[in-house]
Ligand binder design. Sequence first.
Ligand SMILES: [Fe+2]
Length: 115
Amino acid sequence: MAYEWKFNKRPYTDEEAKELLKTVIDAETTDWHYNTHHKGYVTFMNNIEKELETADRAKANGNYSNVGELKRRFTWNHAGALLHDVYWEVLGGDGDTAKGPGSDFSNRKRIWLCG
Ligand SMILES: [Fe+2]
């Protein structure tokens, strides 16, 4: 069974975001960035996890493999999801660095290995 990545909640609700972030990002944009853009990265990560379960590793060659392409796409989407997690924490923080990004990356401990 494929690993399932979570769409992490922001430190505030969608409604709270509209008020909290209104001086830096408008309500429509913040909603799109979280509920479409950020969520899309997580959706693609999960789709790629499923594709990797059945990808044919025997067809790989020195220049190209479907597995390699899936991992490259995974890296892109993972970076997008992680950066959005940090983005929301920074924008909605209260200035206490102990609560900031990096204080809990327990959901990020999975490491990709070759093969
Ligand atoms: Fe975004």
